[in-house]
Design a protein around this ligand. Structure first.
Ligand code: KIV
Ligand code: ZN
Length: 499
C-alpha cells in the first residue's frame, strides 16, 4: 500500500496541550477545516472525559462526511459505551482503544501482571467489536515495552478484531533508528500483522516526533498520528504539516508514498487552530512559522531572485501561504473583498459578506494596510458571531506611569445601555472590574493572551481569555486595533458563551 493514512489528533491529544481547551463549536469548526484539508481520520476526543466532550465528539461525528471520525476509550466498558454513544450518528465511526504495556505502567499504574493485561486487551477489543467494525488498538508506552510481550498483545488485539495497530511513543523517548527497528520487528514477529495497518504516534519530548514518525513510515507504518502545529500533551505530537511536507518534498526518499491531503489548506488550518487554542505558532516553526519562507541574508535574497530553488525547497503557495500578504486598503470595494475571501477559502453568503465589508471599512479607518490575516480574522469572527447577551458599546481608559489605571465601560444589555467605572491593578483589570459591576457576575480570569494578528504598529490585537464562571470554564476572543477594546471584547465573549 502506497497511501499514508493521516490520522489527525488535534482535537484529542492536541487539545490536551496545557491551556488549549476548545468549546464544542470550536471543535466542530476545526473538524470542518480538517475535512477540507482532507485528513483521513479525525480523532474528535475522549467522550468519557466529560459530558461536554461527549457532546463535541457527537457533533463532529454528525457533521463530518469525508473523513473517518474516531473516539478514544480506555479498555473499560464505560469508555467503550461512551464512544458508541458519541459516534452513533457518524458516517464512518472508529473506536481507538488503548492499554499500557510497559513494565513501568504495569507495575506503577495498574499493579497488574502481563497475563491480566493480555486478557483485558482481548476482552475489550471483543467488546468494542460488538459495536464497531473499525477498531484501532494502541499499546500505550509501546516504545518502553518489552518486545516479546508487546508482540503478544498486538497479536491478541488483531485476532480479537483490531484493524489498526497504533504504536505510541507515549513519552517521546525513542529515536529514529530504534523506531525503525521496532516497526521492522513487529512486521517480522507478529504472525497476523498482515491483517492490520501499522500506525505510529510520536510525542516530541526530545524534539524527535516528526523524525520518528517518518522513520516508522520508512519501516512500513502506513498510518501517522499527528496534530496541526504539533500541539499536544507536554512538548506536543508529531506535526501534521511537517510529516506531510517531508513526504511530499522528499518523494525520492519516501519511494512513491503519498499522503493525499490538500496541502494548500495547511496554512489556513494552522492559523485557525492557533487562533482558537491561543497557542501561538513560533516564527521559526517549520512550514507554518512566520519566518518559514522569509529570506533575510542578502546572499540568499540575491540567489532566490535568480532561481528560487537555490534556497527554497518548497513553494509557500503549496502550503497555502500567499506570496504577497498585502492585499486590500481603504479604496478597495466589496467585490475585491468578496474575491479575497473566496481566495482565502471562506464560503460566505451575501449577507455575511456585507457585514464583513462594513467591519472591513471600519478597520481601514484605523489601519492603512489590510493583510490576509486581518481579513481571515474578520471572517472567522463573523462566522462565530452569535446573538450577544452583553454587547460592548464603548470603553475609555486612563492609564500611565505612577497613576492608578481607570476603566469606563459602556455595555448594551436587553436594549438598554449600562455604564460603570472602576480602578484596577492595570488597565485591563480596571475594565474587567467595570464590566463585573454591570453584569454583577463573579468571573475568575484563568488566562489572558494577546497576539498581534499581522505586522506593523497598527496591527490588530487578538485577545484570548479563559474565565471560570458559574462552575465552568469559558473561552472568549476579541480583536481590535485597540488592545484594551480587544481585551474587553474577549471577556464579554467568554461571559456570553458561559451564559
Ligand atoms: O501518547 C499516547 O500514548 C496516547 C495514546 C492514547 C495513544 O496518546
Ligand atoms: Zn499521545
Amino acid at each position: 500500500m502506497n497511501k499514508i493514512i493521516i490520522f489527525d489528533t488535534t482535537l484529542r491529544d492536541g487539545e490536551q496541550a496545557p491551556g488549549a481547551s476548545l468549546t464544542s463549536e470550536e471543535k466542530l469548526e476545526v473538524a470542518l477545516q480538517l475535512q477540507k484539508l482532507g485528513v483521513d481520520v479525525i480523532e474528535a476526543g475522549f467522550p468519557i472525559a466529560s459530558p461536554d466532550e461527549l457532546q463535541a465528539v457527537k457533533s463532529v461525528g454528525r457533521h463530518i462526511k469525508g473523513s473517518v471520525v474516531c473516539g478514544l476509550a480506555r479498555c473499560l466498558e464505560k469508555d467503550i459505551l461512551a464512544v458508541k454513544n458519541a459516534l452513533s450518528g457518524a458516517r464512518q465511526p472508529r473506536i481507538h482503544i488503548f492499554l499500557a504495556t510497559s513494565k513501568i505502567h504495569l507495575k506503577y499504574k495498574f499493579k497488574k501482571a502481563e497475563d491480566e493485561i493480555l486478557e483485558i486487551a482481548r476482552a475489550s477489543t471483543v467488546m468494542a467489536r460488538r459495536y464497531f467494525d473499525d477498531i484501532e488498538f494502541s499499546p500505550e508506552d509501546a516504545t518502553r515495552s518489552e518486545r516479546s510481550f508487546l508482540f503478544k498483545v498486538i497479536e491478541t488485539a488483531i485476532s480479537s478484531g483490531a484493524r489498526t495497530i497504533n504504536i505510541p511513543d507515549t513519552v517521546g523517548y525513542s529515536y529514529p533508528q530504534e523506531i525503525h527497528s521496532l516497526i521492522t520487528d513487529i512486521l517480522n514477529n507478529v504472525p497476523n500483522i498482515n491483517k492490520a495497518v501499522i500506525s505510529i504516534h510520536c510525542h516530541d519530548d526530545l524534539g524527535l516526533a516528526t523524525a520518528n514518525s517518518l522513520s516508522a513510515v520508512l519501516a512500513g507504518a502506513r498510518q501517522v498520528h499527528c496534530t496541526i502545529n504539533g500541539i499536544g500533551e507536554r512538548a506536543g505530537n508529531a506535526s501534521l504539516e511537517e510529516v506531510i511536507m517531508a513526504i511530499k518534498v522528499r518523494r525520492d526518499a519516501f519511494k512513491n508514498l503519498d499522503a493525499q491531503v490538500n496541502t494548500k489548506e495547511i496554512y489556513r488550518t494552522s492559523h485557525l487552530v492557533s487562533s482558537l487554542t491561543g497557542l501561538i505558532v513560533p516564527v521559526n516553526k517549520a512550514i507554518v512559522g512566520g519566518n518559514a519562507f522569509r529570506h533575510e541574508s542578502g546572499i540568499h535574497q540575491d540567489a532566490i531572485m535568480k532561481k528560487r530553488i537555490t534556497y527554497e525547497i518548497m513553494n509557500p503557495k503549496d502550503v497555502g501561504m500567499a506570496s504577497t500578504q498585502l492585499v486590500l486598503g481603504k479604496h478597495s470595494g466589496s467585490h475585491a473583498l468578496a474575491k479575497r475571501l473566496k481566495d482565502l477559502g471562506f464560503k460566505l453568503d451575501e449577507n455575511k459578506i456585507r457585514v464583513i465589508f462594513a467591519k472591513f471599512k471600519e478597520l481601514t479607518d484605523k489601519k492603512k494596510e489590510i493583510f490576509d490575516d486581518d481579513i481571515a480574522a474578520l471572517a472567522q469572527a463573523q462566522m462565530r458571531e452569535k446573538k450577544q447577551i452583553y454587547e460592548l458599546e464603548a470603553i475609555k481608559v486612563i492609564t500611565g506611569t505612577n497613576i492608578v489605571p481607570e476603566g469606563f465601560v459602556s455595555i448594551k444589555y436587553k436594549h438598554q445601555t449600562f455604564q460603570a467605572h472602576s480602578t484596577g491593578d492595570g488597565p485591563v483589570d480596571a475594565c474587567y472590574k467595570a464590566v463585573d459591576k454591570i453584569t454583577k457576575i463573579k468571573a475568575k480570569l484563568l488566562s489572558y493572551k494577546l497576539e498581534a494578528i499581522t505586522k506593523g504598529k497598527d496591527a490588530q490585537g487578538l485577545v484570548r481569555v479563559e474565565i471560570h464562571v458559574r462552575g465552568k470554564n469559558s473561552i472568549g476572543r476579541g480583536s481590535s486595533t485597540d488592545i484594551l477594546e480587544a481585551s474587553v471584547r474577549a471577556y464579554l465573549d467568554a461571559l456570553n458563551k458561559a451564559l
